[in-house]
Design a protein around this ligand. Structure first.
Ligand SMILES: Cc1cc2nc3c(=O)[nH]c(=O)nc-3n(C[C@H](O)[C@H](O)[C@H](O)COP(=O)(O)OP(=O)(O)OC[C@H]3O[C@@H](n4cnc5c(N)ncnc54)[C@H](O)[C@@H]3O)c2cc1C
Length: 462
């Protein structure tokens, strides 16, 4: 077995691990980047990118099917060729992955190790069965894995997760999506628009990340109208029947429903990849998920030279957060014991559904009652949204009663991904509702809807 000594060892060459590696090197530390799976990152391989490629195909199909109200008739049937859809998804995905792999392979060979890393002591890792790494500091950037409850695991290859969807070479006829979080809604709606018979079965009324009851209620109605969506289903049994899955679930109304699907796509959440890390061989205190107890500001585990970044810490499982956390963890690992808190950007989360769902800043659920006012706009009669026949949506903006500062927003509506950026930037600049209303608004644009919500909030402050 080979033995190496390094200032910093980074476990995982995903989005967090790669920025951690670069930051540690930039801070002058000798650094080793260890990857146990494939190079290419979750985001590019089975996450952000292939899901958006599938959604793009679904939008094309949806747009082709809704031209008639404009007086434009696409005569004849719209044919979705599942093989071609998946070919483009995988072809483009592979291109994106290729760029990432090229980037990693361009790193000095002596800085890279391939193999599963696990702790055998504080500051000592074993990689595969070939190398021991003594590291002054360690960054855990091992990402997360989709949850698979036991009831679905028993279905074998008919119970799938997002990774499996992006390995398909054709679209199936029917899929039950379990879970109405962002991944379940995005994939469920996309597959439905591509002609797959889809049922999205959520639990406890969850609709993506939304916490504002009015917005969540509106979103629930919107998706229930667009596809078979049961936000409060209780799955009582899942059994395999040949190459199909039979589901028995109780719907919101109490009705017992039996249905059969080609696949069950389990999107019930993701858990940090810490199980195989041998953390029990370290002095680190672990929480109930087995994740080292760490400071969310510095990402440091206890008082040890161990930092945890990206999906592995389970706080904000988003690409840009993983990259920011990786950078902070890498810098802190290199400079240990001189560690500094990470400066978080304004909170921003987007679901690429149609209409889009977005959340900026404070969640409604976290705001103290009577400290804020809510401004509202419905996109149903909003000028440009109506022009484009995309007039579905409801937005709430929250403004602090005393300081008049913009605090956050939750909504479902057209162009949510773009408006979300305007709002996140306004929040990060500490703007008041008055300063935001002083900004230019062109006409006619969907952002005028945002202005209506801001004006509504300002009026409530008077
Ligand atoms: C379907 C889907 C859609 C998504 N869409 C979006 C989106 O639109 N926007 C967005 O911001 N985010 C999105 N995300 C989330 C985003 O992809 C993740 O937050 C991000 O990829 C996390 O990066 P990471 O570096 O923490 O993990 P990863 O990229 O998973 O990297 C972890 C790496 O660690 C390696 N590893 C694990 N254990 C070990 C070990 N013991 N030894 C060595 N190596 C190990 C793994 O092989 C892996 O390569 C999506 C996720 C999914 C699943």
């Amino acid at each position: 077995m080979k033995t190496l000594h390094t200032d910093v060892a980074v476990i995982g060459a995903g989005s967090a691990g790669m920025t951690a590696y670069r930051a540690a090197k930039a801070a002058g530390a000798s650094t080793i980047l260890i990857e146990g799976g494939h190079y290419g990152t979750t985001c590019a391989r089975v996450g952000c990118m292939p899901s958006k490629l599938l959604i793009a195909a679904a939008e094309a199909a949806h747009d082709a099917a809704r031209t008639a109200p404009f007086g434009v008739h696409v005569d004849g049937a719209i044919r979705v060729d599942g093989r071609e859809v998946m070919q483009r998804v995988k072809g483009e995905r592979d291109r994106f992955v290729g760029f990432v792999v090229e980037g990693v392979e361009a790193l000095p060979a002596e800085d890279r190790l391939v193999g599963h890393a696990r702790f055998i002591d504080d500051g000592l890792l074993q990689v595969g069965d070939h190398t021991k790494v003594h590291a002054r500091s360690i960054v855990i950037a091992t990402g997360s894995t989709p949850d698979m409850p036991d009831m679905y695991r028993a279905l074998g290859d008919r119970a799938i997760v997002n990774d499996d969807v992006f390995a398909w070479s054709d679209l199936p006829r029917s899929v039950a999506v379990i879970g109405a979080g962002v991944i379940g809604l995005e994939l469920g709606q996309a597959l439905s628009r591509l002609g797959v018979r889809v049922s999205v079965l959520g639990a406890r009324g969850r609709v993506g990340p939304l916490t504002d009851p009015a917005i969540r209620g509106y979103a629930e109605k919107t998706f229930a109208h667009a596809l078979h969506f049961e936000p409060r289903a209780t799955v009582e049994a899942a059994t395999r029947e040949g190459n199909s899955v039979h589901l028995r679930y109780r719907s919101d109304t109490g009705a017992l429903i039996d249905d059969t699907f080609d696949y069950v796509l389990v999107a019930t959440g993701r858990k940090p990849n810490v199980a195989g890390l041998g953390l029990n061989h370290t002095s680190l205190a672990l929480d109930e998920r087995g994740v080292p107890v760490y400071d969310p500001a510095t990402l440091q585990a206890g008082a040890y030279p161990v930092f945890i970044a990206g999906d592995a810490n389970g706080i904000l499982p988003l690409l840009h957060e993983a990259a920011d956390e990786g950078r902070a963890a890498g810098t802190n690992a290199a400079r240990f014991p001189d560690v500094a808190p990470l400066r978080r950007r304004a909170p921003l989360a987007i679901a690429f559904t149609d209409p889009g769902i977005a959340m900026v800043g404070a969640r409604h659920a976290d705001l103290a009652a009577n400290t804020f006012v809510t401004g509202e706009v419905s996109f149903e009669d909003q000028g440009r949204s109506r022009v484009m026949l995309r007039n579905e949506g409801l937005m709430h903006v929250y403004v602090d009663r005393t300081s008049r500062r913009f605090l956050g927003a939750e909504w479902i509506g057209p162009d949510a991904e773009h408006i979300a950026h305007l709002l996140a930037w306004a929040l990060q600049m500490n703007l008041t509702v008055d300063a935001m209303l002083d900004m230019p608004f062109y006409h006619p644009v969907i952002e005028e809807g945002l202005r209506t919500a801001l004006r509504d909030a300002a009026a409530r402050l008077r």
